[in-house]
Design a binder for this molecule. Structure first.
Ligand SMILES: NC(=O)c1ccc[n+]([C@@H]2O[C@H](COP(=O)([O-])OP(=O)(O)OC[C@H]3O[C@@H](n4cnc5c(N)ncnc54)[C@H](O)[C@@H]3O)[C@@H](O)[C@H]2O)c1
Length: 283
């Protein structure tokens, strides 16, 4: 397994676009594949726009912008990922869709390439086992927004080789991130610890212990957290939060993981948080 030089990104959503930016800034050649060329091009345009703002604020130069963008290729062809040393899948959180993509990647990406997923909660082993190279499949879980958040959870399914995990950790370090190694269990480290806390905050609200605002103020001031649990649930998205809690409950059957019912009702009502301008707060 040689050094990683070329990185493929599958998916041009919030995370795919952040990943492309992080990898190109770290000096990797990057190929971003979306289902349509227009979506892939729009993603590159949004990175360019981000640079324009950073240049205005004196945080980047025209040279940085030109060099970073020159390293990114946008495409709608899966075949363009063939000679990537690492491919990171970052499409919608749906196991059937991810497994189908891994089966296709197996046929396309050179045998020495590492296939990784940015899933937040799904079992990485399920994706590894649709390939002929389960030793070269792992998770690389970046956080949102990827260019800013320091952590990458490198997820180790039981089939992964030591070389694969070492290469993923070295990749995270070159991206300027703190990589941690974690076993392939629902929620990995961060979401497994964070979501019972968020769920219990909702329970506390429903018990009438305190208001949304006062619980958020208490956790900011009392624990030095940058935001309280309700602001964070609104940022993550109530729908995404319910999916994460469901995945955790499915695996561990711990009542702390069973989403409090009001969360599902909020999803039905379309109160998904910041993205729909209504969640625990109005935006
Ligand atoms: N949003 C977060 O806070 C966050 C944080 C860490 C990890 N993740 C993970 O990153 C991954 C992507 O999440 P996101 O937030 O960028 O989602 P998003 O909704 O912004 O983007 C999803 C992408 O998947 C593509 N897509 C949808 N259906 C597809 C299909 N059938 N085939 C191929 N592509 C398809 C979409 O076109 C889009 O490019 C998920 O696995 C998610 O769990 C998300």
């Amino acid at each position: 397994m040689g050094e990683i030089q070329k990185v493929g990104i599958l998916g041009s959503g919030i995370m795919g676009s952040g990943l492309a930016e992080v990898c190109a800034k770290a000096g990797y050649d990057v190929v971003v594949r979306s289902r349509t060329k227009a979506a892939a091009d729009a993603m590159v345009a949004s990175i360019d726009k981000g640079f324009a703002k950073a240049i205005e604020r004196g945080k980047a130069t025209e040279e940085d912008r030109a060099a970073t963008l020159a390293r990114i290729t946008a495409t709608d062809h899966l075949g363009a990922l063939a000679d990537c040393d690492l491919v990171i899948e970052s499409v919608v959180e749906d196991l059937a869709i991810k497994k189908a993509l891994f089966a296709e990647l197996e046929q396309i990406v050179k045998p020495s390439g590492i296939l990784a997923t940015n899933t937040s909660t799904l079992p990485v082993i399920e994706m590894a086992m649709v390939t002929q190279r389960p030793d070269r499949v792992c998770g690389v879980h970046f956080f949102n927004p990827a260019p800013i958040m320091k952590l990458v959870e490198v997820v180790r399914p039981i089939t992964a080789s030591d070389e694969t995990i070492a290469a993923a950790l070295a990749f995270a370090a070159r991206c300027g991130k703190d990589g941690v190694e974690v076993k392939d269990r629902a929620g990995f480290i961060v979401n497994a610890l964070l979501f019972p806390y968020l769920n219990n905050a909702v329970r506390m609200l429903l018990n009438g212990t305190a208001s949304v605002e006062d619980i958020d103020t208490a956790m900011k001031g009392g624990c030095n957290f940058p935001m309280g649990p309700f602001a964070l649930l609104d940022l993550v998205g109530i729908d995404t939060s319910v999916s994460i809690l469901d995945a955790l409950y499915d695996e561990f059957r711990d009542p702390n993981y069973a989403p409090v019912s009001i969360l599902r009702r909020m999803v039905t009502a379309g109160h998904l948080g910041r993205k729909t301008k209504q969640g625990f707060y109005s935006y």
